[in-house]
Design a protein around this ligand. Sequence first.
Ligand code: GLU
Length: 492
Amino acid sequence: MTETRLRFPPSPTGYLHIGGARTALYNWLYAKKNNGKLILRIEDTDADRSTKESIQGILDGLDWLGIDYDEGPFFQTDFHDDHVTSAQKLLDNGSAYKCFCTKEVLDAKREAAQAAKQQRGYDRTCRHLSPEEIAEKEAANIPYVLRFKVPERTGTLGYDDKILGRIESNYSELDDFVIVRSNGKPLYLLCNVVDDIRDRISHIIRGQDHMTNTIKQILLYEALDAPQPVFAHMPLTLDTKKAKISKRSHGEIVAIQFYRDNGFIPWAFNNFLALLGWSAGNDQEFFTKEELIEAFSLERINKSSAIFNYRKNDPKFFTDPKAIYINEHYLRTMDIGALAVMVKRELVAENIWDPRYDEDKKEWYLSTLALIRDRFHTLKDFASLGRAYFAEDFTVEPKPLKKNVLKFEGLKEWLPELANRYEALESFNLEETERVARELATELEIKPGIIINGMRTVVTGQLAGPSMFDILMAIGRERVILRLRNIDNLFA
Ligand code: GLU
């Protein structure tokens, strides 16, 4: 049996974006599911548009997502000789010919063909040159390109696309396409096939934007005497206005790095990408890595475009709400030890990491994460919304400040009084802290909510969160007392 071999061949002309990452993921899933191999090939032949930063961005993006490859990264430019040799082979075996027509002549031919409603734009003049005519033109140093000789056949040429079904073209519509430019450079279309043949690629899963190449490439496989791989063309990823997503028109929001830098969990993002144009055929939304590999199939990739549902001006939904929703799910349910490692990076970056969280305060660290994660959306939230658990320099949000503190001048006396009572407690535990807070409210003849909400704001800076007395246990007596006594600062 032949080996299942897939490839991800990005052109390094921009950062890895959602569409590219999804292609990489689907190839990776298919390879994993079929005990195959994934090859990473950087298609850097377009020297003007390829950049080192893009290559690095692609490698970093794949690394962050955890999409690993079995071979590569290879660089297309390293295989220039292969491309030239294959072009020569096509010339030698009669599958290609030298075309000496100038641009002006070609333009005129195309116009004439259009006027006569002919499907082919080039009338194959040079295909019929005699060896003497060719020798003469070469002697006169007339530049030439290499054109592929589309076989003289009637009927159709086609392939069975794993996603789209049978795709066919009429031979009569196929132009003798250029495979090598007049400067001797093989065209991308050819390089791509030569590399796939050399890398023994068995399955090509790529975007539908490459379909215009596929029919021509099938002819190249045949002429190079190589077995044709299986093709699967994925629908493109579009925005809500049905425009193709691109870094140029959508900015950072479509770059994978954005998600890394904004606190997304790598597997959660893969889960989101997987559902962007594929489903298991039921309503399952969350998949472990193993489940996704098991469930994945090309046949279940949607035939219609995937929509990246991003609402530009809604800060709450700074990206597709589904991406956030899936991230929340993992953040709130994943193994706490694994979460702890991810949150550590955030706290370190914010300079609020305490090495004791890995040592004697580890238990505190883990239980605090378990307590606070329920309302968080991204890893960033631990150092922002959850900052009060780890540092003193947390922000008190304007809304609770106004609603729960500034409205009640009395809190300036009440909360320090509560602090005194907390200080005097023999045991600072859940029951006692609650009892003392309620007792104080009764004595003052105010609603307990005034004390509790005021305390929440002063202690965490937030409007909402876990149960107040759980919070007190997490923050600890010493810090709670300090914050309650400092309430004056909030009125300043
Ligand atoms: N280099 C192409 C791209 O980045 C991929 C071509 C292919 O998959 O055959 O779009």
